[in-house]
Design a protein around this ligand. Structure first.
Ligand code: C5P
Length: 226
Protein backbone atom coordinates (compact mmCIF):
# COMPACT_ATOMS: atom_id res chain seq x y z
CA UNK A 1 0.00 0.00 0.00
CA UNK A 2 0.85 3.67 0.04
CA UNK A 3 3.95 4.01 -2.14
CA UNK A 4 6.11 6.87 -0.86
CA UNK A 5 3.24 8.81 0.74
CA UNK A 6 5.35 9.63 3.82
CA UNK A 7 8.35 10.98 1.87
CA UNK A 8 9.71 14.16 3.49
CA UNK A 9 7.82 13.50 6.72
CA UNK A 10 9.30 12.93 10.15
CA UNK A 11 7.34 10.48 12.28
CA UNK A 12 7.91 9.40 15.86
CA UNK A 13 6.88 5.96 17.10
CA UNK A 14 7.13 4.72 20.67
CA UNK A 15 7.41 0.97 21.21
CA UNK A 16 7.86 -1.61 23.93
CA UNK A 17 6.99 -1.34 27.59
CA UNK A 18 8.42 0.86 30.29
CA UNK A 19 10.10 -0.58 33.39
CA UNK A 20 9.79 1.33 36.63
CA UNK A 21 12.60 0.40 39.02
CA UNK A 22 12.05 -0.45 42.68
CA UNK A 23 15.70 -1.14 43.45
CA UNK A 24 18.79 -2.06 41.40
CA UNK A 25 17.43 -5.54 40.56
CA UNK A 26 13.61 -5.16 40.40
CA UNK A 27 11.09 -3.26 38.36
CA UNK A 28 7.38 -2.97 37.65
CA UNK A 29 6.85 -3.83 34.01
CA UNK A 30 4.35 -5.10 31.48
CA UNK A 31 4.07 -7.69 28.71
CA UNK A 32 4.57 -5.44 25.70
CA UNK A 33 7.10 -6.98 23.27
CA UNK A 34 7.53 -3.91 21.07
CA UNK A 35 6.59 -5.86 17.92
CA UNK A 36 3.70 -3.58 16.92
CA UNK A 37 5.77 -0.41 17.36
CA UNK A 38 8.67 -1.88 15.40
CA UNK A 39 6.25 -2.88 12.62
CA UNK A 40 4.97 0.72 12.54
CA UNK A 41 8.53 2.03 12.29
CA UNK A 42 9.43 -0.37 9.46
CA UNK A 43 6.25 0.45 7.57
CA UNK A 44 6.79 4.24 7.86
CA UNK A 45 10.41 3.93 6.71
CA UNK A 46 9.32 1.83 3.72
CA UNK A 47 6.87 4.62 2.80
CA UNK A 48 9.63 7.20 2.78
CA UNK A 49 9.42 8.77 6.26
CA UNK A 50 12.31 9.72 8.48
CA UNK A 51 11.52 7.65 11.57
CA UNK A 52 12.47 8.12 15.21
CA UNK A 53 11.70 4.96 17.17
CA UNK A 54 11.67 5.51 20.93
CA UNK A 55 12.12 1.98 22.18
CA UNK A 56 11.42 0.89 25.74
CA UNK A 57 13.03 -2.43 26.65
CA UNK A 58 12.26 -4.21 23.37
CA UNK A 59 14.56 -7.14 22.59
CA UNK A 60 14.20 -6.77 18.83
CA UNK A 61 16.62 -6.10 15.97
CA UNK A 62 16.98 -2.43 14.97
CA UNK A 63 15.00 -1.76 11.79
CA UNK A 64 17.21 -0.55 8.93
CA UNK A 65 17.13 3.17 8.27
CA UNK A 66 15.37 4.02 11.53
CA UNK A 67 16.77 6.25 14.26
CA UNK A 68 16.36 4.22 17.48
CA UNK A 69 16.37 5.97 20.87
CA UNK A 70 16.49 3.43 23.71
CA UNK A 71 14.71 4.31 26.98
CA UNK A 72 13.82 2.50 30.20
CA UNK A 73 11.20 4.34 32.24
CA UNK A 74 8.07 6.37 31.45
CA UNK A 75 9.84 9.58 32.45
CA UNK A 76 12.70 8.82 30.04
CA UNK A 77 10.23 7.86 27.32
CA UNK A 78 8.41 11.17 27.79
CA UNK A 79 11.61 13.15 27.45
CA UNK A 80 12.70 11.30 24.29
CA UNK A 81 9.26 11.49 22.64
CA UNK A 82 8.78 15.20 23.37
CA UNK A 83 12.25 16.00 22.04
CA UNK A 84 11.70 14.05 18.81
CA UNK A 85 8.12 15.36 18.46
CA UNK A 86 9.28 18.98 18.22
CA UNK A 87 9.63 18.73 14.42
CA UNK A 88 7.48 15.66 13.78
CA UNK A 89 4.49 15.44 11.41
CA UNK A 90 3.00 12.52 13.34
CA UNK A 91 3.50 10.76 16.65
CA UNK A 92 2.27 7.21 17.23
CA UNK A 93 2.32 6.07 20.84
CA UNK A 94 2.40 2.28 20.57
CA UNK A 95 4.42 1.82 23.77
CA UNK A 96 2.82 0.41 26.90
CA UNK A 97 3.64 3.16 29.37
CA UNK A 98 3.31 2.35 33.07
CA UNK A 99 0.54 4.45 34.59
CA UNK A 100 2.32 4.41 37.96
CA UNK A 101 5.88 4.14 39.23
CA UNK A 102 7.23 3.33 42.69
CA UNK A 103 7.24 6.48 44.83
CA UNK A 104 10.74 5.70 46.03
CA UNK A 105 13.78 4.01 44.54
CA UNK A 106 15.91 2.00 46.98
CA UNK A 107 19.59 2.43 46.12
CA UNK A 108 20.33 -0.92 47.76
CA UNK A 109 18.46 -4.19 47.10
CA UNK A 110 15.32 -4.43 49.24
CA UNK A 111 15.77 -7.32 51.75
CA UNK A 112 13.17 -9.60 53.28
CA UNK A 113 13.35 -9.82 57.05
CA UNK A 114 12.39 -13.01 58.93
CA UNK A 115 9.00 -12.79 60.60
CA UNK A 116 8.16 -9.37 59.13
CA UNK A 117 5.33 -8.64 56.71
CA UNK A 118 6.44 -7.17 53.39
CA UNK A 119 6.27 -3.39 53.20
CA UNK A 120 3.60 -2.12 50.80
CA UNK A 121 4.89 -0.53 47.61
CA UNK A 122 3.75 3.09 47.36
CA UNK A 123 3.10 4.28 43.81
CA UNK A 124 2.85 7.68 42.18
CA UNK A 125 1.25 8.57 38.86
CA UNK A 126 3.36 8.84 35.71
CA UNK A 127 2.71 11.69 33.27
CA UNK A 128 0.26 10.79 30.47
CA UNK A 129 2.47 11.50 27.48
CA UNK A 130 -0.22 10.90 24.85
CA UNK A 131 -2.72 13.26 26.50
CA UNK A 132 -0.02 15.87 26.99
CA UNK A 133 1.10 15.73 23.35
CA UNK A 134 -2.45 15.82 22.02
CA UNK A 135 -3.36 18.82 24.18
CA UNK A 136 -0.23 20.80 23.46
CA UNK A 137 0.98 19.86 19.98
CA UNK A 138 4.54 21.00 19.43
CA UNK A 139 3.73 21.54 15.76
CA UNK A 140 0.38 22.70 14.35
CA UNK A 141 -1.40 20.03 12.32
CA UNK A 142 0.63 17.26 13.92
CA UNK A 143 -1.26 13.95 13.90
CA UNK A 144 -1.29 12.14 17.25
CA UNK A 145 -2.17 8.44 17.49
CA UNK A 146 -2.68 6.33 20.61
CA UNK A 147 -3.11 2.65 21.35
CA UNK A 148 -5.44 1.04 23.85
CA UNK A 149 -5.60 -2.55 25.01
CA UNK A 150 -9.04 -3.42 26.32
CA UNK A 151 -10.52 -6.65 27.63
CA UNK A 152 -14.23 -5.76 27.52
CA UNK A 153 -16.62 -3.20 26.03
CA UNK A 154 -13.83 -2.58 23.56
CA UNK A 155 -15.60 0.00 21.37
CA UNK A 156 -17.29 1.97 24.14
CA UNK A 157 -14.12 2.08 26.21
CA UNK A 158 -12.13 3.00 23.12
CA UNK A 159 -14.44 5.91 22.23
CA UNK A 160 -14.26 7.24 25.79
CA UNK A 161 -10.47 6.93 25.79
CA UNK A 162 -10.11 8.69 22.44
CA UNK A 163 -12.09 11.63 23.79
CA UNK A 164 -10.20 11.66 27.09
CA UNK A 165 -6.78 11.55 25.46
CA UNK A 166 -7.68 14.08 22.75
CA UNK A 167 -5.78 12.22 20.02
CA UNK A 168 -6.77 11.97 16.33
CA UNK A 169 -6.75 8.20 16.06
CA UNK A 170 -6.91 5.45 18.66
CA UNK A 171 -5.99 1.87 17.78
CA UNK A 172 -8.06 -0.33 20.05
CA UNK A 173 -6.83 -3.89 20.58
CA UNK A 174 -8.76 -6.62 22.23
CA UNK A 175 -6.39 -8.42 24.60
CA UNK A 176 -6.68 -12.15 24.04
CA UNK A 177 -4.95 -15.51 23.86
CA UNK A 178 -3.19 -15.23 20.49
CA UNK A 179 -3.47 -11.49 20.05
CA UNK A 180 -1.66 -8.37 21.15
CA UNK A 181 0.98 -9.03 23.81
CA UNK A 182 4.05 -10.87 22.50
CA UNK A 183 2.09 -12.19 19.52
CA UNK A 184 3.01 -11.80 15.85
CA UNK A 185 -0.62 -11.03 15.14
CA UNK A 186 -3.17 -8.51 16.14
CA UNK A 187 -6.79 -7.58 15.58
CA UNK A 188 -7.97 -4.04 16.12
CA UNK A 189 -10.41 -1.25 15.41
CA UNK A 190 -8.97 2.16 14.60
CA UNK A 191 -11.24 4.91 15.92
CA UNK A 192 -11.01 8.43 14.49
CA UNK A 193 -11.87 11.70 16.26
CA UNK A 194 -14.04 12.39 13.19
CA UNK A 195 -16.23 9.41 14.19
CA UNK A 196 -14.65 6.98 11.74
CA UNK A 197 -14.26 3.33 12.64
CA UNK A 198 -11.81 1.13 10.70
CA UNK A 199 -11.80 -2.56 11.60
CA UNK A 200 -8.52 -4.38 10.98
CA UNK A 201 -9.02 -8.16 10.77
CA UNK A 202 -6.86 -10.65 12.68
CA UNK A 203 -3.51 -10.74 10.90
CA UNK A 204 0.18 -9.80 10.97
CA UNK A 205 1.19 -6.70 12.94
CA UNK A 206 2.68 -5.37 9.68
CA UNK A 207 -0.84 -5.16 8.20
CA UNK A 208 -2.13 -3.15 11.15
CA UNK A 209 0.93 -0.89 10.84
CA UNK A 210 0.15 -0.24 7.15
CA UNK A 211 -3.48 0.55 7.98
CA UNK A 212 -2.42 3.06 10.64
CA UNK A 213 -0.25 4.94 8.13
CA UNK A 214 -3.05 4.71 5.52
CA UNK A 215 -5.20 6.61 8.01
CA UNK A 216 -2.47 9.04 9.14
CA UNK A 217 -1.26 10.07 5.65
CA UNK A 218 -4.43 11.89 4.49
CA UNK A 219 -4.66 13.67 7.87
CA UNK A 220 -1.21 15.27 7.55
CA UNK A 221 -1.62 19.01 7.06
CA UNK A 222 0.01 20.65 4.04
CA UNK A 223 3.11 19.64 2.13
CA UNK A 224 6.17 18.25 3.96
CA UNK A 225 8.23 20.99 5.60
CA UNK A 226 11.64 19.30 5.66
O1 C5P B 1 -4.63 5.04 29.46
P1 C5P B 1 -3.99 3.92 28.72
O2 C5P B 1 -2.69 3.46 29.35
O3 C5P B 1 -4.89 2.79 28.37
O4 C5P B 1 -3.61 4.58 27.32
C1 C5P B 1 -2.82 3.93 26.37
C2 C5P B 1 -2.24 4.94 25.41
O5 C5P B 1 -1.73 6.06 26.12
C3 C5P B 1 -1.04 4.38 24.66
O6 C5P B 1 -0.97 5.04 23.40
C4 C5P B 1 0.12 4.77 25.55
O7 C5P B 1 1.32 4.85 24.81
C5 C5P B 1 -0.32 6.11 26.08
N1 C5P B 1 0.15 6.42 27.45
C6 C5P B 1 1.00 7.50 27.66
N2 C5P B 1 1.40 7.81 28.93
C7 C5P B 1 0.98 7.10 29.98
C8 C5P B 1 0.09 6.01 29.79
C9 C5P B 1 -0.30 5.70 28.50
O8 C5P B 1 1.37 8.17 26.69
N3 C5P B 1 1.39 7.42 31.19
Amino acid sequence: TGGQDLAGRHVVVSAGGTREPLDPVRFLGNRSSGKQGYALARSAAARGARVTLVSANAALPEPAGVDVVPVGTAVQLREAVLKAAADADAVVMAAAVADFRPAAYAAGKIKKKDGEDPAPVALVRNPDILAELAADRPRPGQVVVGFAAETDDVLANGRAKLARKGCDLLVVNEVGERKTFGSERNEAVVLGSDGSETPVPYGPKDDLADTVWDLVAPRLAGPPLD
